[in-house]
Design a protein around this ligand. Structure first.
Ligand SMILES: *Cc1c(COP(=O)(O)O)cnc(C)c1O
Length: 373
């Protein structure tokens, strides 16, 4: 039986960025916000954010989260509110900034942080909340009205939208005109993959200028160190790949979005929803990174992963265990984790890659159906 891998990252081929590499050889500028980096930032801002606000590149999204938290957190406050159902990078970033993660439960349908519980935590913790870091779970579009209001009421908000570059909803790109900050990852396994890299966007240019300074040692224009920064800059080689990716992204987006549709059709055709399977309730147009589903209550997700493996299909269980059950985070405060624990016990992440043939999807879904029989 042919092996179906979980992911098969497909970064643009060298032919697509040779012309940009030639420009690096010509300019002899290799980092420090060089010309390719500037063109990339300008193009992203104009092609995806209508030239509203500002954007800066960072060498990866974990560093981007650290820098965004560090320039915006309320002084003397100690907690970073975030979902437990997210990637470890988020609580780790808070810890690197001297904060304690405070984990909040998710909604049962879209698996994003529950705003009502954020409200309760804000009432309880008051001035001790340094920052709030919601996650656009698996790249879904999120209505940011609530978080925009919090940001205006002086509680800093940073959206972790790591896999969501390209996601759009009713007002355009996710995060467009958001007054907090939003972070996108350009890691190889994300839909806009370039290897390593990240983007931070806000409609407040001054906060993005701060993050940019922070990514260059906190230097002033006169190279005096003004505040605690580090080296988080993107190299011109990465910017070359990023520019070539921007050229091809509409096609990449379309492929990922279409594969998700095929999955949905086959889930319906095989009556998997009637049999107790569920998909994440997403909204907007999304360049799916992979397919996240919940198995029927009576089956453990580890059994599903094992069964798929026996059938030469690779799958994952993002995010199981959730953060609050991982050793380093286990003692941090949290709300009840009812929905988080339900979702993380049932979650299975199914294969998706840009050149995945439809017949592989048919095989993945019919294998799941046969497990039921
Ligand atoms: C990938 C990911 C990150 C980290 O991104 P890097 O660019 O690899 O540092 C953070 N949060 C979430 C939810 C992610 O999926």
């Amino acid at each position: 039986m042919k092996f179906i891998p979980f992911l098969k990252p497909n970064i643009v081929k060298k032919e697509a960025y040779l012309k940009y590499l030639a420009q690096i050889d010509e300019a002899r500028l290799y980092s420090n916000f060089g010309p390719l980096n500037s063109i990339f930032e300008k193009r992203v801002l104009s092609e995806y954010f209508n030239d509203l606000g500002a954007i800066t590149t960072i060498n990866n999204a974990t560093t981007a989260l650290i820098l965004a938290i560090s320039v915006t957190k309320r002084p003397d406050a100690k907690y970073a509110l975030m979902p437990s159902f997210t990637f470890a990078a988020t609580p780790l970033a808070a810890m690197w900034c001297g904060l304690k993660p405070y984990f909040i439960d998710i909604h049962q349908d879209n698996w994003c942080m529950n705003e009502k519980q954020v409200d309760h935590a804000l009432e309880k913790l008051g001035d001790q909340v340094a920052v709030i870091i919601p996650y656009a779970t698996f790249g879904t579009w999120l209505d940011l009205t609530y978080y925009d209001r919090l940001q205006h009421s002086k509680v800093p908000v940073i959206i972790d939208a790591a896999p969501a570059f390209g996601t759009s909803g009713k007002n355009g790109h996710l995060g467009k005109e958001f007054s907090g900050m939003i972070v996108f990852s350009l890691h190889a396994t994300k839909p806009f993959g370039i290897g390593e890299g990240a983007l931070v966007y806000s409609n407040r240019s001054e906060i993005i200028a701060q993050v940019r300074r922070a990514s260059n040692f906190g230097f002033s224009d006169g190279r005096e160190c003004l505040f605690q920064g580090l080296n988080g800059k993107l190299s011109e080689y990465s910017a070359a790949i990023a520019l070539a990716t921007l050229d091809e992204f509409p096609q990449k987006f379309h492929k990922r979005n279409t594969l998700h549709k095929i999955y949905c059709e086959h889930f319906k055709k095989n009556n998997l929803f009637e049999k107790g399977w569920a998909m994440q309730k997403t909204s907007g147009k999304i360049p799916y990174q992979f397919i996240s589903v919940l198995g029927p209550k009576k089956i453990s997700n580890l059994d599903i992963v094992r069964y798929l493996k026996d059938n030469s299909i690779q799958s994952r269980t993002y995010f199981s265990p959730p953060c609050h059950q991982q050793r380093i985070f286990i003692d941090y405060p949290r709300t009840s984790m009812r929905e988080t624990e339900k979702v993380s016990q049932g979650i299975v992440s199914l294969p998706l890659w840009e050149d995945m043939p439809a017949e592989d999807i048919v095989r993945v879904v019919s294998t799941l159906r046969k497990m039921e029989e």
